[in-house]
Design a protein around this ligand. Sequence first.
Ligand SMILES: C[S@@+](CC[C@H](N)C(=O)[O-])C[C@H]1O[C@@H](n2cnc3c(N)ncnc32)[C@H](O)[C@@H]1O
Length: 220
Amino acid sequence: MKLYMVSLGPGDFELITVKALRALKNSDAICVPTKSPDNSFTRSMTYKIIQKLMEEFDFVKPIIPMYTPMHFKTEDWQNQVNIIHKSFEEYNTLSFVTLGDSAVYSTVYYLLDLIKEQNSIVYEKSEVIPGITSFSNASAKVKKPLCIGDGSFSIMPLHKKDVPNTTVYMRPKIGMKTAEIPQIGQMFTFENLNFKGENIFEQRKDIVDKYMTLFIDFVQ
Ligand SMILES: C[S@@+](CC[C@H](N)C(=O)[O-])C[C@H]1O[C@@H](n2cnc3c(N)ncnc32)[C@H](O)[C@@H]1O
């Protein structure tokens, strides 16, 4: 059993990662969100990307519609989780797909939180596959960096004020003491991700050992 939470990138099928494409090809079926209550895909960007990928890379998978009304209600996420659980009666490997990157305002973590509470086996067998965000794509299109030199950048939702703020801290100096990095939520330390000596600590490491270190203060 395997549940892939697959980030599809910002809408251009060529901006999907190799890992995401492999996950889709390895899946027995693909769960695709739709805003249409009749489960049609006429307005679904996600569906179009999946169709294009299947055409271009020569594979065909059954599509499981996931009605996603975007009302931010637990019952709507629960319905989607129920569909995933039910689908595992028929299929062994499933992908749930989301636009852009799953880390940024995606349904993925509403679903995973419920799955974690309700079915620890499926949660353990789940894997989140990251993707290219809409704003990375926007930056590339106009050839303007989001941050460079001493700069930083923020992501702010426009629908509300005074929102919780997760912060990513990058570009530390080797040997630097980290006690002064502000911490509001749960701080993680990531070292040498995907390289030799990868380490992930569920805390702020006291002293920076490697240049390839980033800290994330998760406040959600
Ligand atoms: C629910 S969030 C999803 C973000 C997505 N997970 C990502 O990684 O970019 C939707 C918002 O992302 C932005 N967005 C997503 N795709 C976009 C696109 N293709 N063009 C412009 N903005 C986009 C818009 O601000 C939109 O309201």
